[in-house]
Design a protein around this ligand. Structure first.
Ligand SMILES: [Zn+2]
Ligand SMILES: [Zn+2]
Length: 374
């Protein structure tokens, strides 16, 4: 009876190589005798390794799928190799993480991107602006031109790692000796040391400074948009390629207009009489004054639309619209003559208006009704 290698790893028979590897790593971390002191763990660990040896090898896996056992002494096909521990690199990866590319890391590396906030008025976001900005950033050290060495000196090969940038350490495990590589701490993995660093930059190859530049903001930008200035971010260590600078637009709130996409909205108060009789309003737009007609019989919460007086579209031609929301106001205090005229007006329209006593108005009567007083 062949061993159930799939069952040992807890994977399905149609699992991919990747799924098998993941299952193996998870179990290896759990049952490794260095981690799990239970005596049964060692047996279990060997079993897991055997299962992985078989299932990670397409040829051996095929034998299993055909009902054979490549690790059985008489199984045939296993040969003298059977039982060899093949998961070695994988268990190293499981415990120490996958090793990245070997060799010393370069001293010259790309610089980081930077982001800068720019506050603009509605006029500026609408029509564009050339805005002066100041950036605190890292620039190339002119003393050493990025090399990080004092004038006339050079980096030297690290004596600890002989320029490899990594050191190997040998660990004893119950599987035997395990060799692993780590970045060399003497040279931080560079493989070289700078015995005489540049006095200006301390060996970094760059210095911090404040730079002034002008950013051209196109018309129609919106709050929250970012404008990318290629290679205007900080220069990299050792004089590496600069990152990008992003300028993030923040639009200051306007006291008259609120913006929705490329449309603008504002509110204008209109007396009740003007709404009833019609009137002509002068509206301030982004481009200057504009007169609009309020038709006779305009209702409260009416909106006027002035086409093309919104914000220019960022892409393509054209502009948004300006919406003027009308607040129709009813007079709050009437002179006796005005009241008389309004009553007369109501009477001619056949509108019934109840007379309220001056002392106890509508609200006080309502209050009395709630309190149960008649
Ligand atoms: Zn320098
Ligand atoms: Zn070193």
């Amino acid at each position: 009876m062949a061993k159930d290698y799939y069952g040992i790893l807890g994977v399905k028979r149609d699992s991919t190589a990747d799924e098998i590897k993941r299952a193996y790593r998870r179990l290896a971390r759990e049952f490794h005798p260095d981690v799990n002191p239970d005596p049964a763990a060692q047996e279990k660990f060997k079993e897991i390794n055997a299962a992985y040896e078989v299932l990670s090898d397409p040829r051996k896996r095929e034998m299993v799928d055909l009902g054979g056992d490549p690790l059985a002494p008489s199984g045939g096909g296993g040969g003298p190799q059977a039982g060899t521990f093949v998961g070695f690199q994988d268990i190293m990866d499981a415990f120490f993480g996958t090793q990245s590319a070997r060799g010393p890391r370069p001293r010259v590396r790309p610089g980081a991107d930077a982001i800068l906030r720019l506050d603009l008025d509605l006029h500026e976001t609408a029509f564009g602006v050339e805005a002066p900005i100041q950036v605190d950033t890292a620039v190339l050290c002119t003393t050493c031109q990025g090399a990080g060495t004092a004038p006339g000196t050079h980096p030297q090969t690290c004596e600890i790692c002989q320029g490899r940038g990594e050191v190997q350490s040998v660990q004893r495990t119950f599987l035997g000796q395990v060799v692993s590589a780590r970045p060399c701490s003497a040279c931080q993995g560079f493989g070289t040391v700078i015995p005489h660093p540049c006095a200006t930059c301390g060996g970094d190859g760059r210095v911090r400074t404040r730079r002034s530049l002008t950013v051209k903001i196109p018309s129609g930008v919106e709050d929250g948009m970012r404008i990318r200035l290629a290679q205007q971010g900080e220069i990299g260590p050792g004089g590496g390629q600069p990152g990008d600078l992003y300028v993030e637009i923040h639009e200051r709130p306007h006291d008259v207009y609120s913006r929705k996409d490329d449309d603008l909205h504002c509110r204008v108060t209109v007396p009740m009489t003007a709404a009833a009789l019609g009137t002509r309003l002068t509206i301030k737009t982004l481009d200057g004054e504009e007169t609009v007609d309020v038709k006779a019989g305009t209702q409260p919460t009416s909106t006027l639309r002035i086409r093309g007086k919104g914000v220019p579209h960022l892409r393509g031609a054209g502009r948004g619209d300006l919406y003027v929301h009308l607040d129709v106001r009813t007079p709050t205090r009437l002179e006796p003559e005005q009241e008389r005229l309004l009553r007369e007006f109501a009477r001619t329209r056949g509108e019934e208006v109840a007379e309220l006593s001056k002392q106890g108005g509508f609200f006080s009567r309502m209050r009395d009704a709630f309190n149960g007083h008649q």
